[in-house]
Design a binder for this molecule. Structure first.
Ligand SMILES: *Cc1c(COP(=O)(O)O)cnc(C)c1O
Length: 393
């Protein structure tokens, strides 16, 4: 299968071995365990003398199909899938870190990733330091002899700021750190961090990979020695991806390229509209020339992605007022869905952070995060235009 030249084809055509029924679409192996021929077969399988599916907490053909597609799309050596994006991040960190280790992490990472590090990993003797996106050019002041992992996310959630993955990879290599990139916002369609020197890539498959707001899932892909360590921990910790969710996600990958390309096209149109609007104070979108890391984004990403951050003119109207005036856009916590979604991070997804933590993460109090969907861009723009008109009356 991996002889196809184009990733788009691999996303569509990679499939678990067909059953005797010769199903065309991919089969769903909804089973917790698998049979053995005899006692010796079971003994040798458990002793890892042969590769065999034993129990779905370890491996499952439908889950493996989804994982192998992600491995191919990211250009990785190996991978393992999880019940959610946070399960992928937690298991990756827990498997690789030990008491006394230090993590260097960007302030602008997913809120739950921050909580995991500064509320829970500290209990086990793992300390973390945080840097702002603007400091990415010089991180040496944060290094300790015990620094083991450099963790970043780009574009960042929800501020849509950009970190230079190749530069981060050179820094990590120079200092013997494992570089982990949360590639959730870009997906392998827009950027492939492993090709730029990252060691591991983590994903919340819940977002653009499902892309239709149905199931949760997560995956880690990258260097096989690291993935093996993560796998050995994961088969004990039990955060495995459900075969049903894997089946949904594997089918979703067949349309990932067309969806992400269209999302990006629509988002650029919406971002351009917002930039022109007199009530809008700030718009952040990687492929707008006004973006502070515009040239970095152009270098690193194929297109700008589906997320636009913006704020209204200070003093005129509250961010929440705009949300309430919208008719079509959904008020929800998900992103990367076919349906456009708006959130006010400071009062919802990032309300657990202190105002100074929000400032460090590039989240202004009046900033809105817009996940641009696959509706016609004119209808999305019309909804925003009318809502802004309504709140001025
Ligand atoms: C949503 C998200 C996660 C967590 O994923 P879940 O599937 O919700 O556990 C991690 N990183 C980023 C960037 C996200 O947007």
């Amino acid at each position: 299968m991996s002889t196809f030249k184009h990733l788009q084809t691999l996303a569509v055509r990679t499939q678990a071995p067909r059953s005797s029924f010769m199903e065309h679409s991919t089969a769903l192996h909804l089973t917790s365990s698998f049979l053995f021929e005899n006692a010796e077969d079971m003994r040798s399988s458990f002793n890892e003398e042969k590769e065999k599916t034993i129990y779905s907490r370890y491996t499952n053909p439908t889950v493996d199909e989804f994982t192998s597609k992600m491995v191919l799309l990211e250009g990785a050596e190996a991978g393992y899938s999880f019940s959610s994006g946070m399960a992928a991040i937690y298991n990756t960190l827990a498997a690789l870190l030990k008491s006394g280790d230090h993590v260097l992490c960007c302030h602008s990472v997913f809120g739950a990733t921050l909580s995991l590090l500064n509320k829970y990993f500290v209990k086990f003797g793992v300390e973390s330091s945080y840097f702002r996106v603007q400091q990415q050019g010089d991180l040496s002041g944060y290094l300790r002899p015990t620094t083991k992992i450099l963790f970043i996310e780009t574009p960042t959630n929800p501020g849509v700021e950009i970190l230079d993955i190749a530069m981060m990879a050179r820094f990590a290599k120079k200092h013997g750190l494992i570089l982990i990139v949360d590639n959730c916002f870009a997906t392998p369609v827009l950027q492939r961090p492993l090709q730029l020197g990252a060691d591991l890539v983590v994903h919340s498959a819940t977002k653009l990979i499902d892309g239709q707001g149905r199931v949760l899932g997560g995956v880690v892909v990258g260097k096989s020695a690291l993935v093996e360590e993560i796998y050995q921990f994961a088969r004990i910790s039990g955060s495995c991806l459900s075969p049903f969710n894997a089946w949904v996600l594997s089918k979703s990958l067949e349309t990932l390229y067309v969806r992400v390309e269209k999302h990006s096209e629509n988002a650029l149109e919406v971002a351009r509209f917002l930039e022109e609007h007199s009530q809008v104070e700030m718009v952040r979108y990687p492929f707008l020339t006004s973006h502070p890391q515009y040239s970095m984004a152009r270098e690193q990403m194929v297109l700008g992605g589906s997320i636009v951050a913006f704020s209204l003119n200070a003093g005129t109207h509250s961010a929440q007022g705009l949300i309430d005036a919208l008719e079509m856009l959904s008020i929800s916590a998900n992103l990367g869905d076919t349906r456009s979604i708006i959130t006010h991070p400071a009062s919802s997804t990032h309300s657990k952070l202190t105002p100074s933590q929000r400032a460090d993460a590039g989240i202004k109090e009046n900033m809105l995060r817009l996940s641009v969907g696959l509706e016609h861009p004119e209808d999305i723009i019309e909804d925003l235009r009318k809502a802004m008109e309504k709140i001025t009356k």
